[in-house]
Design a protein around this ligand. Structure first.
Ligand code: EPU
Length: 437
C-alpha cells in the first residue's frame, strides 16, 4: 500500500490542469466497440480507470494505441472476439465498467460475460436496472458462480423502458444497447448528466439516431451499422471541483485550467454561497478563498442538474472551516459519509443521521442509512494517520491533511490514482509539502 506524508497548513496556490472526465472517457472507449471503423478519443487523462478499460477492450480483440502525454487513445475494433472468462476475471474487482460492455458485445458477438464488479464501496451499488434493461431488449441473463453470462440468441429488439431512478450507468447501458437494436427504444426517467450528453454526441458521430426530449425522455432509432468517431472529451468536473474545495479548505488560490463553467453551474453557485470566489475565463476557472470567514450552508446532493454526489465529499472538508452549522443531505448513495469518521479523528465536528435533514424526503429516509450530516465549524484540523476508503473520500482525506496542522500519513493512495491524474505532481505544483513513500 503506498502512502503519502502530508505536511499540512500551507495554502494551495498556483495552477493545475484537468483533462477529460473519468466518468465519460471510460464509456466513450466502450462505445468504440460498437463501430466497424477505428475511433479516436482526445483529452484522455492518465488514470487507472482508463488502463482498466483499455485492458478489457484489448481482451476482446480491440487494438488500443495511446499517446499518453498527448491524451489521445485510438481504438480499432475491426477484429472483436470473445475473451476468455479467466482473463476477464482478472479484471474483476477493478471497476464497474465491465457491465457497460454488455450491449456492444451482444451486438458484436451475441454474448457477454461480466465478472463480479468492483468500484467504490459507497453503498450497495446493485445492477438490477442494467439487467432488467438487457432482458427488455430480449437478452437472456444467467448468473454463474464467477459472474453473469448474457446471451441474445434472437438479437436485440427496441423497447420501452422506465427507470425508477435516473441512474447514470443504466441510462448509458440503454444507449449503448439501443443504438444498434432492431427498431425504436424509448427511455423515460433517464439521467441527463453532461457526461451522458457527451456520450450521446459520440454515438451520433458514429451514426446513431438519438433524441433527448424534455422530462428525461430519450428516444433511440436503432441502425444496422455504426462507424468510428473522433471526439474531445469534456472536462472532469469532479476533479475540478475537488481542487476548488482544496483551495477553499486550505485558504488557497488555485487556477484550474480546463475547468468548464456550463457543467459546473450548480457547484459554482454553492461555492459562492459558502463564500468562495471564482473568476472564469475561456481556459479555466480560478478558485479562491475570500480571506474572510466562510459561511455554513444547507445542501442536498441530487442527479443532474442538482449538486453532484461526487462533489459532496471534498466540499464537506471545506465546510469544517465554515462558521456555523452546515447540513448536507446525500440522496444519491445511501452510504457516502463513511469518510467523515477520519475527519472527526482529525478534530472536525460532524454528526451523521438516518433522517432526511434539510430538504425532501429521499429514498433512504426512515431506513438504516446514515445519509445526512451536520457539520459544525470552524474547527482546527489536526494531523492524523488515515486510510483511503474510496476514490472521492480518499481525495477528501487528502484535502483535510493539507488543511491540518502537522504531518499526516495517508495510506492506500493508489485508490486515488483511479480517478485523479498525477495528483501528487499537481499537489507539488500547488506548493503542498508531500512525500510519496
Ligand atoms: N442503482 C440501482 N440499481 C442499478 C443502478 C443504480 O439501484 O442497477 C442506484 C445506485 O445504487 C445509486 C443510484 O442508483 O443509489 C445512482 O447510481 P448510478 O447508476 O447513477 O451510478 P453509477 O452509474 O454506478 C456513476 C459514476 C459515479 C457517480 C454516479 C452518480 C461512473 C463510472 N461512476 O456511477 O462516480 O457517483 O454515476 O453521478 O460513471 C466516482 O467517480 O467516484 C463515482 C462513484
Amino acid at each position: 500500500m503506498s502512502q503519502l506524508r502530508v505536511d499540512g497548513g500551507t495554502p494551495l496556490s498556483g495552477e493545475i490542469t484537468v483533462r477529460g472526465a473519468k466518468n465519460f472517457v471510460s464509456k466513450a472507449m466502450v462505445a468504440a466497440l460498437l463501430g466497424e471503423e477505428p475511433s479516436e478519443l482526445r483529452n484522455v487523462p492518465e488514470i487507472r480507470d482508463v488502463n482498466v478499460v483499455a485492458g478489457l477492450l484489448q481482451l476482446h480483440g480491440v487494438q488500443v494505441a495511446r499517446d499518453v502525454a498527448g491524451g489521445v487513445v485510438r481504438l480499432d475494433p475491426s477484429n472483436v472476439e470473445s475473451a476468455h472468462k479467466a482473463d476477464i476475471d482478472t479484471h474483476a474487482g477493478a471497476s464497474r465498467i465491465p457491465i457497460l460492455l454488455c450491449g456492444p458485445l451482444l451486438h458484436r458477438l451475441g454474448e457477454a460475460f461480466i465478472p463480479d464488479l468492483g468500484g467504490c464501496r459507497i453503498g450497495d451499488r446493485p445492477i438490477d436496472y442494467h439487467l432488467d434493461i438487457l432482458r427488455q431488449f430480449g437478452a437472456q441473463v444467467d448468473k454463474l458462480d464467477t459472474g453473469i453470462l448474457i446471451t441474445a440468441p434472437r438479437g436485440l429488439q427496441g423497447t420501452k423502458v422506465h427507470l425508477p431512478y435516473p441512474s447514470v450507468g443504466a441510462t448509458e447501458q440503454l444507449l449503448l444497447t439501443a443504438v444498434r437494436a432492431d427498431g425504436v427504444t424509448e427511455l423515460s426517467g433517464a439521467a441527463i448528466e453532461p457526461e451522458i450528453m457527451d456520450l450521446i454526441a459520440v454515438l451520433q458521430r458514429m451514426g446513431a439516431i438519438i433524441s433527448v426530449d424534455t422530462d428525461r425522455v430519450i428516444r433511440v432509432e436503432g441502425v444496422d451499422r455504426l462507424g468510428g468517431y473522433v471526439h474531445t472529451a469534456l472536462a472532469d468536473r469532479i476533479e475540478a471541483a475537488s481542487w476548488a474545495a482544496a483551495a477553499l479548505a486550505t485558504g488557497g488560490d488555485v487556477y484550474v485550467r480546463g475547468a468548464e463553467q456550463p457543467s459546473m453551474m450548480t457547484f459554482l453557485n454553492t461555492f459562492r454561497k459558502v463564500g468562495g470566489t471564482f473568476d472564469i475565463d475561456d481556459d479555466g476557472i480560478r478558485f479562491r478563498h475570500p480571506g474572510t470567514e466562510l459561511r455554513s450552508i444547507v445542501l442536498e446532493t441530487d442527479v443532474h442538474p442538482g449538486f453532484m454526489t461526487d462533489w459532496q465529499q471534498p466540499l464537506v472538508v471545506a465546510l469544517t472551516q465554515a462558521s456555523g452549522l452546515s447540513i448536507v443531505h446525500e440522496t444519491v448513495y445511501e452510504n457516502r459519509f463513511g469518510f467523515t469518521e477520519a475527519l472527526r479523528q482529525m478534530g472536525a465536528t460532524i454528526q451523521v443521521y438516518r433522517e432526511c435533514l434539510g430538504g425532501l424526503e429521499c429514498r433512504f429516509g426512515r431506513r438504516n442509512f446514515f445519509h445526512s450530516a451536520v457539520i459544525s465549524g470552524p474547527t482546527r484540523l489536526r494531523a492524523a494517520d488515515i486510510e483511503v476508503p474510496d476514490l472521492r473520500g480518499g481525495f477528501s482525506h487528502l484535502i483535510a491533511a493539507l488543511a491540518a496542522e502537522g504531518t499526516s500519513r495517508v495510506r492506500g493512495i493508489e485508490l486515488i490514482d483511479r480517478g485523479y491524474e498525477n495528483f501528487t505532481g499537481k499537489l507539488e505544483a500547488l506548493g503542498a509539502k508531500i512525500v510519496r513513500d
